[in-house]
Write a new protein. Structure first.
Length: 43
């Protein structure tokens, strides 16, 4: 499965019919984190 992105004014190298000149996404990472703060001695 190919993924493409299109930014105005920045031509890409994709040649797929519906995404000509779009940018090929070769890698993508996404992280989620949740910080937890506790006060010492509380429950």
């Amino acid at each position: 499965m190919a993924i493409y992105v299109n930014y105005d004014g920045i031509p890409g190298e994709a040649t797929q019919q519906d995404h000509t000149k779009w940018i090929d996404v070769l890698s993508l990472s996404w992280g989620v984190g949740r910080g937890i703060n506790t006060v010492s001695g509380s429950t």
